[in-house]
Design a protein around this ligand. Sequence first.
Ligand SMILES: [Zn+2]
Length: 239
Amino acid sequence: MAKLKLEDIKQELIKSSWLLLSNSYDNLDTELEMQCPDGHRVFMSLRAWRRKKLCPVCDKNKFKKMVNTSAQPKEHKNHKRTLSLDASTNLTGWAIFDNDKLIGYGKISATKKTTTEKIAVINEWLMSMIDQWDPDVIVIEDIQQQVNHKTFKLLARLQGVLLNTIYINDIKEFLITSSAWRSGIGVRGRTREEMKKAAQAKVFEWYEIKVGDDEADAICMGRHLIVNQLKTDFYSWDV
Ligand SMILES: [Zn+2]
């Protein structure tokens, strides 16, 4: 077999979003300098990398393991648990905090055909989340009048259903507009696209995790509520 060229290794790494930083290569056991998808320096041989693409820094990041995690009990019974939802009929991002600590996040999609079916699925999902995680607070992104009247109406239907579920479960509800949480935690941008990217960048700055924009919005909004709005009068911070 012909010897691998640096360029071949570069290509192989790039396919997994890794970068090769070394300028020389001898054989499969040569220690190479690489960069993981999150930008950490990693030193390992190509043979080891092929076996397991492991970055030791990423591997120790507990936040990475929280994606779509299952419910766990609170560390302390006096902690307040907050579920944050960036709800839409297609993709809903969520995040869970115990006091101000992120303990889980993820997204769900409703793959049903009609709007009524989609809303029903998201509502059933919310009921399961309440049952499993037992949140004290649920925060939903408030809807705002927008150019597309049809979308606004649809989101209003969804919000009404979710608020009712929160109400009958006797959970404290909060509605926050996207402009409020964005300015609260310093997410800026001229376009919707730029603001989505800025929220993802914030999440990366805090937790070193790369998440989709729905999850990023849910994490940012939850953090805004807890840190900026509720901190003093609601949470038992001394436990
Ligand atoms: Zn890494």
